[in-house]
Design a protein around this ligand. Structure first.
Ligand SMILES: [Ca+2]
Ligand SMILES: [Ca+2]
Ligand SMILES: [Ca+2]
Ligand SMILES: [Ca+2]
Length: 468
């Protein structure tokens, strides 16, 4: 080792080089608390997609409702664009979904339910079209996956449930009903719609099956040549099981996840069950979930399930006669077709007060809750963040210099400071570092603070020796 000469060269560089700032492009974790003009339902709808973020507050302004819209732009979450409902009580912002530059927002109590469609023009969201439920039908649930929008609506006498499939017509710049999917009789009055790519799921937790009342089903459909073909339904055949709660789907990985809610008022099925299934092209295969899962505990209920790729997030409500209620957010990851429990996600400043929703895209999670200052709040954070940057590793690994050995793992997480990938930190890594510093090259940003400088050199020195 020629430590002294490295030291002298380093000392010389330190006197001549200022920290070199790098451009950063990955969305960063953040928190937005409710303001005085917000209602108590702030954050009861959240959505994130491709750098767009939406936070709904259907109780704002006497339940007129409001949605806050932010965009990740030039290294920051922008000041929000606000969209408001038009009349008290319509609850605009109860549901929000974004897909490919389009957004839908529900107003469940504008007449019997309306959905507004917006398009992003590169700087803001503009109203383009709307859909109102048919005469004698009430809005239930919806989901958007461009160019399709699925809307569930229930007849006033609760006997007929149907799902309207709307498609965007670029020539007329309008959304039109292409198909109506009829649900079986006794489908109940509680519906979850999940739409992604060519897969549509309809969760009906109160559906009766044979003699099993409130048994619950999940109906699935696949888009073939412009028609939504039924793939049948699944169920657990348990009375009051409420199977099909909180359905979500990821078309990129042909995966769906949902809960079996169970019945609060009976002891038989009062703990939540989580199911994850993989679509094999014809039917759904169950995927195992490894380990002891917190929602199996007495009195536990799942409030939301969010799925993206190999990541699954579960918002849990735990409580019983003995334990006071607590809300927590749990992360699971899939490896070779098995889901492994990873741990609890704790946003900075979050309390264990009620949480209801979560959504995921591009490795970032958005979720609601209450903060330590007893304010309703919304957080955005990455479930996978090996370097504690508040940015998704799946985004950062794509930045120049972040993955020099091409193994899809951030180099600074695998073995911090091993810049020549020979499984140690030694003088050769210092030499490599000095040239990265001189060139202001991103691979030298070992502490991920957006600059290459002395602090990064310290990473090599403090991690000196063989890789773990
Ligand atoms: Ca990270
Ligand atoms: Ca790597
Ligand atoms: Ca090395
Ligand atoms: Ca740095």
């Amino acid at each position: 080792m020629h430590s002294s000469s490295y030291f002298l060269a380093t000392a010389a560089l330190i006197t001549t080089l200022a920290p070199a700032a790098l451009s950063q492009s990955c969305p960063t974790s953040d928190e937005w608390a409710a303001s005085v003009s917000d209602g108590i339902r702030y954050g009861r709808a959240v959505e994130i997609q491709n750098g767009f973020l939406a936070v709904g507050d259907y109780s704002a302004d006497s339940y007129t409702g409001r949605v806050y819209l932010r965009e990740w732009s030039e290294g920051d979450w922008d000041e929000p664009q606000m969209l408001d409902g038009v009349g008290a009580g319509e609850e605009f912002g109860s549901h929000v979904s974004i897909s490919d530059g389009w957004m839908v927002i529900s107003a469940p109590h504008y007449n019997d339910g309306a959905i507004d469609l917006f398009n992003h023009d590169g700087s803001e969201w503009n109203f383009e079209d709307s859909y109102e439920t048919g005469l004698g039908y009430n809005f239930q649930h919806m989901d958007l996956s461009y160019p399709w929008l699925a809307v569930a609506e229930l007849s006033d006498d609760s006997t007929d449930l149907r799902v309207k499939m709307l498609q965007y017509d670029a020539v007329g710049n309008m959304w039109s009903v292409i198909e109506t999917l009829a649900m079986p009789p006794d489908s109940g009055s509680w519906t979850f719609i999940a739409l992604d790519g060519d897969l549509l799921l309809v969760g009906l937790p109160e559906a009766d099956v044979g003699v099993n009342e409130n048994c619950g089903t999940v109906h699935s459909y696949q888009l073939n040549a412009g028609i939504w073909d039924s793939l049948g339904y699944s169920t657990m055949s348990e009375a009051d099981g409420l199977y099909g709660h909180l359905v979500t789907v990821d078309a990129d990985t042909n995966t769906r996840a949902f809960a079996q809610h169970g019945d609060y008022s009976s002891d038989t099925y009062d703990d939540a069950v989580l199911s994850v299934d993989h679509f094999n092209g014809t039917s759904w295969d169950s995927e195992p979930i490894s380990g002891s899962l917190p929602w199996s505990a007495e009195g536990s209920q799942i409030n939301c399930v969010a799925l993206e790729g190999d990541n699954l997030v579960v918002v849990l409500w735990s409580g019983s006669m003995d334990i006071s209620d607590e809300w927590s957010t749990h992360h699971l990851q899939r490896s070779s077709g098995v889901w492994y429990y990873q741990g609890v996600l704790v946003p900075s400043g979050a309390s264990t007060s009620p949480r209801y929703v979560a959504a995921m895209d591009d490795g970032m999670l958005v979720m609601d809750g209450w903060n330590d200052a007893i304010e309703r709040a919304v957080w955005v954070l990455p479930p996978n963040d090996c370097d504690d940057t508040g940015k998704a590793d799946s985004c950062e690994v794509l930045l120049p210099g972040a993955d020099g050995n091409g193994d899809s793992v951030l180099d600074r997480c695998a073995c911090p400071g091993d810049l020549d990938f020979d499984t140690d930190r030694d003088g050769n890594d210092i030499v490599a570092f000095l040239s990265l510093w001189a060139g202001a090259t991103a691979a030298g940003d070992l502490d991920a603070d957006g600059e290459v400088g002395v602090l990064d050199l310290l990473v090599i020195l403090t991690q000196w020796g063989d890789c773990p």
